[in-house]
Design a protein around this ligand. Sequence first.
Ligand code: FES
Ligand code: FES
Length: 166
Amino acid sequence: MAKTQVSLTVNGKAVDALVEPRTLLIHFLREQLNLTGPHIGCETTHCGACTVDLNGKSVKSCNVFAVQANGADIRTIEGMANADGTLHALQEGFREMHGLQCGFCTPGMITRAYRLLQENPSPTEDEIRHGIAGNLCRCTGYQNIVKAIQFAADKINAAPMQEAAE
Ligand code: FES
Ligand code: FES
């Protein structure tokens, strides 16, 4: 099948590749770029395991063709850590608050929570639950997932105040 050239930015790096028009973004990320953090759970837009951040929105990458991401700026869980290599507050929150069991949903859950906190830095518990409604955890660990996101929000919101106090 004829391939199409795509150019995009993934986790801050420029990527040029040839893709078949039928290739889904999740398959492109996992199989051509070896970014296996985004998982494949359902391939029908239900589970959220494949969630990535695309041009400032949470997107289920099993429902997007790779060619549609031409020119896009994408972040996956592999690009979530801070520039100095330390864990992002969300990653720290999931570790500290036991926000994962098997971990299958975790990359998508953290990537979704990242956008949620960008849009709403101080979400209520209800807003967190609503915000992650498109991401399913088959281990049903929602209580601690919510706590992990609250932990991250508190840490991010406290950071400027700490710097100001120094
Ligand atoms: S694999 Fe994309 S939503 Fe389930
Ligand atoms: S931790 Fe197992 S699916 Fe969420």
